[in-house]
Write a protein that binds this ligand. Structure first.
Ligand code: HEM
Length: 132
């Protein structure tokens, strides 16, 4: 590849959607599988998921990430307030979920730029999730 071609490729990558930079649906499914594993082995939050159907939660979280990160999917689940209503989730649990997500991103060798973007998106949803 010439230097010009390399520059064009780098620029195209920089402008790609978060969805594409994570490897599209297969990349996001792999990350969500690790998020689930991290959640169910995290003593701060795993009891919350005791009655959950793993496949269904992973399907909905994958769908939400794909849609929110610029993919063609449509999210068919509940909005974040409705999904967490009545759970009285606290700040410690919220941070635990964020930590599990960041750990999953590391487990999938996701870059710093993408990790920063995802953490911002998670944090922007905090008020819709905690103390509902
Ligand atoms: C920004 C952070 C979060 C996001 C984006 C998120 C996303 C989601 C999504 C997409 C669902 C499925 C909604 C549906 O059923 O239609 C869900 C359900 C759920 N979330 Fe969260 N969540 C977040 C934080 C948390 C936290 C901090 C907890 C506490 C441990 C939590 C516990 C749960 C539980 C227990 C369910 C229900 C699972 C079930 O129906 O079996 N979430 N969440």
């Amino acid at each position: 590849m010439s230097i010009t071609e390399q520059a064009v490729a780098a620029e195209q990558n920089a402008q790609a959607s978060l969805y594409d930079r994570l490897g599209g649906r297969p990349g996001i499914e792999a990350i969500v599988a690790n998020i689930w594993e991290n959640h169910v082995s995290n003593p701060l939050i795993n009891k919350r998921y005791a009655d959950s159907d793993p496949a269904e939660v992973k399907r909905l979280v994958t769908e939400m990430c794909c849609a929110g990160f610029g993919g063609p999917e449509t999210y068919t689940g509940k909005d974040m307030i409705t999904a967490h209503k009545g759970m009285n989730i606290n700040d410690t649990e919220f941070v635990a979920v964020c930590d599990d997500v960041l750990k999953a991103l590391d487990q999938n060798n996701v870059g710093q730029r993408e990790k920063d973007e995802i953490l911002c998106i998670l944090y922007s949803l905090k008020n819709e999730v905690v103390y509902q």
